[in-house]
Design a protein around this ligand. Structure first.
Ligand SMILES: Cc1cc2nc3c(=O)[nH]c(=O)nc-3n(C[C@H](O)[C@H](O)[C@H](O)COP(=O)(O)OP(=O)(O)OC[C@H]3O[C@@H](n4cnc5c(N)ncnc54)[C@H](O)[C@@H]3O)c2cc1C
Length: 456
């Protein structure tokens, strides 16, 4: 196995000569916190100075908080959204103390969980209960409520976003009242609440449809860009989970598949993906002015890397650690336009943005029928572009967004975009239905910060 970091460093040299304030800290105190505690998201691009931050210890405290708070109330999960969903000068409420498995049914394989549970904390309890999440995103730091509220997704053209796993929800509404909903009880609210950006109320519990525990074989294979373009559609149809990454200015990328297996647990030697991103940054820093040389060095380095295989329990085999912070824009495009859009993204990037080094991520997600889901009534190909958190993301994202919009893409609710209310109304056939339910649930707009007030 080649030590990629040393190799790349040597080749480049020869050629040219960070976080949100953790709520756990506040949870100990339990009560609303004084004005002096600012909030910021994971990447640091969203910040605010709320009047109060609170982490209720139980549902009664949550109800009391919402009923008595003056001004706007915004729920926060793990602060891993890039879009301005959370910032407020009112109250920020975290469900970090309402976490864990509440109940499960071995017959239906459904489980009720506290909405503040982090994905990474529920895999083991679910496995012990004989269940597992159907799919997961590429990290497991987020909370359940945060994921469901923004239609967070993994990859797999036969699998919907996480909100499609919801069988029932419990919310605390704008008056502090508990409301339950599912397909037969409050069905309109249920349909709206599955993806609702924290604008209908604070979700306290969720009931999820799970599956029996399963083991996945993950395989990562390095390939040339053109090969990936040729095989991507077939691979998406053949594998349970398929995605690919393209490394800017390299002509190279890798495919990543997950398939069900009975093979024994084990792994080949793995590359540290955070080291890899640091390597790409180094290549950018040293070779920004020489794209040809950059491509030569990156492609020759990548071609010497070994493929990887990991067999593990599903919940340990989806997530990566993302320690190098970034800002992100991701759009969900009709599947049939995804690969053409990817080609255009690469062209625009490599013609104009030598400052960019983060890989582009491409995933596939099954369509659904949830009113505010970006996957509403269409199978999608999702393309995500990233910029290092210290760099200005605007020029790059401004170049790429028109490509996504040309193909009628819908942005990920938790990621950066420049769309307005009129744009969203055109993209979402059930927008008005959602807005109607929203007005009924929250007639005074208590759950709207300035960004969301602009949308609804
Ligand atoms: C490193 C990284 C990797 C990521 N990978 C993926 C990925 O693979 N796939 C993907 O789709 N997305 C991904 N995302 C985006 C992320 O999954 C979403 O933005 C998600 O919403 C973040 O969850 P959170 O718990 O941090 O919620 P937050 O960002 O804190 O909040 C998101 C929304 O949920 C609402 N909310 C939170 N809790 C509640 C509640 N109890 N009741 C009502 N509303 C609530 C908030 O008000 C807000 O509107 C990634 C983000 C990062 C930073």
């Amino acid at each position: 196995m080649i030590k990629r970091r040393n190799l790349l460093g040597a080749m480049v040299a020869a050629a040219v000569g960070s976080q949100a304030v953790p709520f756990q800290a506040l949870a100990a105190a339990g009560k609303a916190q004084p004005r002096s505690i600012p909030w910021r998201n994971w990447s640091g691009s969203q910040q605010c100075l709320p009047t109060a931050r609170s982490a209720p210890a139980n549902v009664a405290e949550l109800q009391e908080l919402i009923a008595s708070a003056s001004g706007t109330v915004r729920a926060v999960g793990a602060g891993h959204s890039f879009s301005p969903l959370v910032p407020t000068d009112g109250t920020i409420v975290s469900l970090s103390r309402l976490s864990g498995l509440i109940d499960h049914d071995p017959k239906t394989l459904q489980a009720t969980l506290w909405a503040g549970s982090r994905l990474g904390d529920i895999g083991q309890p679910l496995e012990t209960a004989g269940q597992a999440l159907i799919n997961m995103p590429d990290i497991d730091e987020q909370t359940l409520a945060g994921c469901l509220s923004t239609a967070t997704h993994g990859t797999g053209i036969g699998i919907g976003c996480m909100s499609t796993f919801i069988e029932g929800l419990q919310l605390v509404d704008a008056r502090g009242e508990l409301v339950d909903c599912d397909a037969s009880n409050n069905p309109e609210l249920f349909q709206a609440a599955k993806v609702s950006l924290g604008t209908l109320g604070v979700i306290s519990q969720v009931r999820l449809q799970n599956v029996a525990p399963y083991r996945l074989r993950r395989e990562t294979v390095w390939r040339e860009f053109e090969e990936i373009m040729e095989i991507a559609n077939d691979m998406a149809d053949t594998h349970r989970n398929f995605e690919f990454f393209y490394i800017p200015y390299s002509g190279m990328g890798f495919t990543d598949t997950h398939d069900l297996t009975d093979e024994p647990i084990g792994s080949t030697e793995k590359i540290d993906s955070n080291d890899s991103v640091e390597d790409l940054k180094m290549a950018r820093d040293w070779l920004e002015g020489s794209p040809k040389l950059r491509e030569l060095i990156l492609s020759s380095t990548v071609k010497m890397l070994s493929d990887e295989v990991t067999v593990e329990s599903s919940w340990k085999n989806y997530a990566n650690e993302r320690n190098v912070r970034f800002n992100e824009m991701e759009y969900h495009l009709p599947r049939e336009h995804g690969l053409q859009a990817m080609r255009e993204v690469r062209e625009v990037l490599e013609a104009n943005h030598p400052e960019v080094f983060f890989p582009i991520e491409v995933r596939f997600v099954k369509g659904d029928d949830i009113w505010l889901s970006p996957f509403y009534q269409r199978d999608t190909c999702s393309i995500a572009v990233h910029r290092y958190f210290e760099d200005d993301f605007k020029p790059y994202f401004k170049s790429i967004e028109p490509i996504f919009r040309k193909y009628n893409g819908r942005p990920h609710w938790g990621k950066l975009n420049t769309l307005t209310r009129d744009d969203f109304r055109k993209l979402y056939p059930r927008w008005n239905d959602f807005a109607e339910v929203r007005n009924t649930m929250d007639p005074k707009g208590r759950f709207l910060n300035p960004y969301l007030a602009g949308l609804f």
